[in-house]
Design a protein around this ligand. Structure first.
Ligand SMILES: [Zn+2]
Length: 229
């Protein structure tokens, strides 16, 4: 679909491969079957065997980080991940309120699926820049998790929006409460994202609409959020 970007889908979650002159970078690493999906997608695209240099994590939920430790170990890739989700990478995040269900599911999932703990070489905070691909800036969009962050590419005017919302044609929605660290922060995070100069957004949960369409849905969803108030 794009010359230097690949979208991979596995078990309900999307993750991304970015390619620049130095090699490949992953934004999150998918869930069950993610490593297999990655190698077959790279083969299909003709990128198999190119070096995976780095892994950038958007937040600490298991469907995004299950394979991070293992892929980093196999490839020697560095890991950069939001500082405020650090406990997730060690497999001991504590959840509160409705999100306790997620905590329970995750601890079962970690054991069943062979989650490997990892320690990022770099902790990401608001405004940090990553000198990869066309350049990325960390946009802290808390609520879904404490550290939940998007990655903004100013030259493309795209936001990798992680789990800020799920973008499906007939049902674009905010993440369900059981998955959220603090749902009250999410409307502010949506507003913050939409203040960026944007042509498109690339979510981690959604259908295969182009980035402009995902952006349009996010704008409409925000409008709906205001109307409900
Ligand atoms: Zn999530």
């Amino acid at each position: 679909m794009w010359e230097d970007l690949l979208q991979i889908r596995s078990a309900g979650v999307i993750f991304y491969v970015l390619r620049d002159s130095k090699g490949l970078y992953l934004i999150d690493c998918g869930f069950i079957g993610g490593r297999h999906a990655l190698s077959s997608a790279l083969k299909k695209r003709g990128w198999f065997g190119e070096r995976i240099i780095g892994i950038i994590v958007t937040h600490g939920h298991l469907d995004h980080i299950l394979n991070v430790g293992r892929i980093a170990e196999e490839t020697g890739a560095w890991i950069a991940a939001p500082r405020l989700d650090a406990s997730h990478y060690q497999g001991d995040a504590s959840y509160r309120g409705a999100a306790k269900v997620t905590g329970m599911l995750e601890s079962m999932g970690r054991a069943l699926l062979g989650f490997k703990k990892f320690t990022p070489i770099r902790f990401l905070d608001e405004g940090d820049t990553l000198d990869v691909w066309h350049g990325l800036t960390v946009i802290h969009l808390p609520g879904h998790t404490a550290g939940h962050s998007g990655l903004y590419c100013a030259s493309k005017k795209w936001l990798f929006s992680a789990d800020l919302f799920a973008s499906y044609r007939f049902f674009p929605h905010l993440p369900p409460a059981i998955f959220n660290h603090d749902g009250n922060q999410i409307p502010q995070s949506v507003a913050k994202a939409l203040k960026l100069d944007l042509l498109g957004v690339l979510p981690n949960h959604g259908d295969d609409a182009p980035p402009e369409v995902h952006l349009q849905r996010l704008i409409e969803m925000k409008r709906g959020m205001w109307q409900q108030k």
